[in-house]
Write a protein that binds this ligand. Structure first.
Ligand code: ADP
Ligand code: TRP
Length: 332
C-alpha cells in the first residue's frame, strides 16, 4: 500500500522554540517512518513581515538544522525550501481566485497581525491561508501535523480544496490536522501571556539554541504565585504550563511528585523550577549541540535543500499539470 502523504511547514522567522518542538516537530519525527513526508521551510511566508534580506539565508539554514537535530532524517523525508518550488505560487494564484476578501478578513491570525503591524497590512498577510493551502494541496497531502493555533487555517484549506473540486472536478483531497496524542499541545509563554512564539517575548520563550544557563535563568524567572490555597485547586494557566513542560521533559516520578505536592498544597515552586530547569537543559542540550554542528557545514545543508527541492518539484509539477488541465489552461 502506498504511504499517506503528509505536508507541514515552519516559517523561517527566528529561532525554533519548545512550542515548535512539541507542537509540530515531535510529530514530524514520529511520522517519518510510516508516511510520505514533505516538510519545508516556509520562507515565502516569512516575507509578510519584511525581514532583512541578509537574515533570510541564516534563518532558513537554522530552521533546517534545528529540524534535523531534532531527529528528522533527510533520507527519509523530503526537506525543502518553499521558494524552491515555483509550482506553489502558481497554485496559490489559482486558489486566490476562489478565496473571498470577506472570509480572509475574518481569520483571527490576520486580525492579530493587523493589530501587531498596523503599518504593514499587506495583501500577503490577507492571503496567508491561501498560500498555506497551496503548500498543502501541491502534494495532495491528506495529513498535516501542526499545532493547535493552525486548526483554523486547515479548515480553510479544506474549504478551498472543496471549492476547487466543485468548480473544476474532483481533484484535491481534504487535508486533516494530525497529531499522535489526542490532546493538542500548546506551550504558553513563561510569563503566561499568550503562546511561545519565535518573534515575540524572547525572555519568556525557550529556544532550541538556548544554552544551559539561559534555560536555567528563564525557567527560574517563570511566573508563579504563592501556591494553591485548597487541596486539588484548579491551576492557573502559567502553572499548568510549567507542569506541562515538566510532563514533556522530566521523568514520570518527578512529575508525579510535584503534582502530588500541588494537590496537597505543599508545593515549593522554587524547587520545582530548579528541577525543571535541569531537566529542560538536559533535553535541549543535544539538539542545540547537533544543530550548531550542522550549521557550520552550509554546503551539506545546501545539498539537502537541493535534493529535497528536486523530489518536491516532481510531485508539485504533476499536481500543477492536473490543475491546469481541469481549469482549461491547455492551448497547444
Ligand atoms: P511561530 O508561531 O513561533 O512563528 P510557526 O508559525 O512557524 O511558529 O509554527 C510552526 C509550527 O509550530 C506550527 O505547526 C505551529 O502550530 C507550532 N507552534 C508554534 N508555536 C507553538 C506553541 N507555542 N505551542 C504549540 N505549537 C506551536
Ligand atoms: N502557517 C504555519 C504556521 O504559522 C506554517 C505553514 C505554512 C504551514 N505553510 C504550511 C504548516 C503548510 C503546515 C502546512 O505555523
Amino acid at each position: 500500500m502506498s504511504k499517506e502523504i503528509v505536508v507541514s511547514g515552519i516559517r523561517s522567522t527566528g529561532h525554533l522554540h519548545l512550542g515548535n518542538y512539541f507542537g509540530a516537530i515531535q510529530n514530524y519525527v514520529m511520522m517519518q517512518e510510516n508516511y510520505n513526508c514533505y516538510f519545508f521551510v516556509a520562507d515565502y511566508h516569512s516575507l509578510t513581515t519584511h525581514p532583512d534580506p541578509k537574515l533570510l539565508r541564516p534563518n532558513v539554514f537554522r530552521v533546517l538544522a534545528e529540524n534535523i537535530a531534532s531527529g528528522l532524517n533527510p533520507d527519509k523525508v523530503t526537506l525543502y525550501a518553499q521558494s524552491d518550488i515555483p509550482e506553489i505560487p502558481e497554485l496559490y494564484l489559482m486558489l486566490n481566485m476562489l478565496a473571498y476578501k470577506g472570509e480572509l478578513e475574518k481569520v483571527p491570525t490576520f486580525k492579530d497581525k493587523v493589530r501587531q503591524q498596523p503599518d504593514n497590512v499587506n495583501a500577503g498577510l490577507l492571503t496567508y491561508p491561501v498560500l498555506m493551502t497551496a503548500d498543502i494541496l501541491i502534494h495532495k497531502a491528506v495529513k498535516v501535523p501542526v499545532g493547535k493555533d493552525q486548526e483554523q487555517h486547515l479548515e480553510m484549506a479544506r474549504n478551498f480544496a472543496q471549492r476547487f473540486n466543485t468548480r473544476y472536478g474532483d481533484f484535491f483531497p481534504e487535508p486533516q490536522v494530525f497529531r499522535f496524542n489526542t490532546d493538542a499541545v500548546k506551550i504558553m509563554s513563561l510569563d503566561g501571556n499568550g503562546k511561545m512564539s519565535k518573534s515575540e517575548n524572547a525572555n519568556n520563550t525557550i529556544y532550541l539554541s538556548d544554552d544551559d544557563d539561559t534555560i536555567r535563568k528563564k525557567i527560574m524567572k517563570a511566573k508563579t504565585d504563592s501556591g494553591p490555597t485548597a487541596p486539588n485547586a484548579e491551576m492557573p494557566g502559567y502553572i499548568q504550563n510549567l507542569f506541562l513542560l515538566m510532563q514533556l521533559t522530566s521523568t514520570h516520578e518527578v512529575y508525579d511528585h510535584y503534582r502530588a505536592a500541588y494537590n496537597g498544597c505543599n508545593i515549593r515552586y522554587g524547587d520545582m523550577k530548579k528541577q525543571l530547569a535541569e531537566d529542560m537543559a538536559a533535553f535541549v542540550r543535544p539538539i542545540r549541540e547537533h544543530a550548531a554542528e550542522l550549521q557550520k557545514d552550509e554546503e551539506s545543508l545546501g545539498k539537502i535543500l537541493k535534493a529535497g527541492a528536486e523530489k518536491a518539484r516532481a510531485s508539485a509539477s504533476a499536481t500543477i499539470a492536473g490543475a491546469r488541465k481541469l481549469i482549461g489552461i491547455s492551448y497547444y
